[in-house]
Design a protein around this ligand. Structure first.
Ligand code: FNR
Length: 341
């Protein structure tokens, strides 16, 4: 099903835009490794567990979801479909999935909030703290339920497909609508190699929203994140778009989950394409998954309906594999459901 949508998305998109959505950094080793790591997992199901109907409902940081599935923050949805983030928000809401709005969204958060279910906002902390604080105020006022701070991007990863295609900017008429400053001009997103843990303390001081760090791969950083009072972690390598050669997320997840030891919710993204991948992620220590490119395929192929189809199909697939594995709820997935190869 996803493969068919992917093919339709490819047909629908300009080749340079397809490459932007699909590509990774460098030789795309990490991009490939994410899917390969899930494909390597082997499951050891239990039998005769009398699960009956499964219950996929999941609550994360006070946000209730129909299944442990969220839309990962991805940029520029109006490049994928004319309805852009509005379609993504409507599709995710219809599927009962969480939606993490990217800081590089091409639609204002107020308009997204009008059609969205529960949504979180992804932030790159800007060197201009006043500007960052104003943006936080803006998304709070619009109804955002949590801030997802991407910490894997002190500089941009080198995306060679984009260099080859000369794709560096949004076409005329599109912009990052949430980066308007007080004067109404649109700022560029700045990556900040000066970012340290103090910045997380600063953010905690200016907002009451839960703060989730996205892009943690090392267990020592997971421990530091707990010490710095964050509310959740996302094990992520940015879908292979930042440090090429970085560990696959399914491989990094167990050590991070162990370091966290249940003190915070741990989410994971990168290469989740099947219900069995979600089941594996839960067994490896995650509380939920985020899905990036497949949502973009659904969006490009069919707008809000396409997004809903992707998310509903993943939830249905998870429901089926939970039954086949003899587990009734996501929280009850046991670690011994997976064996190392
Ligand atoms: C991303 N990702 C991303 N992450 C982020 O924190 N802010 C962003 O603006 C973007 N933008 C973005 C654009 C595109 C086209 C892609 C593919 C990815 C990373 C994203 O949130 C997530 O980590 C990965 O996409 C997960 O991997 P899969 O599901 O795409 O394999």
């Amino acid at each position: 099903m996803l493969a068919e949508l992917r093919a339709r998305a490819r047909d629908a998109l300009e080749p340079a835009h397809w490459d932007y959505f699909e590509g990774g950094a460098g030789d795309e080793r990490t991009l490939r490794a994410n899917e390969e790591a899930f494909a390597r997992v082997r499951l050891v199901p239990r039998v005769l567990r009398a699960t009956g109907p499964r219950d996929l409902r999941t609550t994360l940081l006070g946000t209730e979801l129909r299944a442990p599935i969220l839309v990962a923050p991805t940029a520029f949805h109006r490049l994928a479909h004319r309805d852009g983030e509005l379609a993504t928000a409507a599709g995710a809401a219809a599927a009962g999935a969480g939606y993490v709005v990217s800081m590089a969204a091409t639609t204002p958060v107020e308009a997204i909030a009008a059609v969205a279910g529960p949504w979180w906002f992804q932030l790159y902390l800007q060197p201009d703290r006043d500007f960052t604080a104003a943006l936080v105020r803006r998304v709070e006022a619009a109804g955002c339920r949590a801030l997802v701070v991407s910490v894997d991007s002190p500089v941009f990863g080198r995306r060679e497909r984009d260099h080859r295609n000369g794709f560096h900017d949004l076409p005329a008429g599109l912009c990052c609508e949430n980066l308007r400053d007080a004067a109404g001009s649109v700022r560029d997103i700045a990556m900040d190699a000066g970012l340290g843990w103090a910045a997380i303390g600063w953010l905690r001081g200016i907002t009451g929203l839960p703060i989730v760090l996205k892009g943690v791969l090392h267990p020592a950083d997971a421990e530091l994140a707990v010490e710095h009072g964050v509310s959740g972690l996302i094990v992520s390598n940015h879908g292979g778009r930042q440090l090429d050669g970085a560990v696959a997320t399914a491989d990094a997840l167990p050590a991070v989950a162990k370091a966290v030891g249940g003190r915070l919710p741990v989410l994971v993204d990168g290469g989740v394409r099947r219900g069995a991948d979600i089941l594996a992620a839960l067994a490896l220590g995650a509380d939920a998954v985020l899905v990036g490119r497949p949502v973009l395929w659904g969006l490009a192929a069919g707008g809000a309906d396409g997004v809903r189809l992707v998310l509903d199909s993943l939830a249905e697939d998870l429901d089926r594999v939970l039954a086949l594995a003899g587990v009734r709820t996501p929280a009850a997935v046991p670690p011994d459901l997976v064996v190392s190869p």
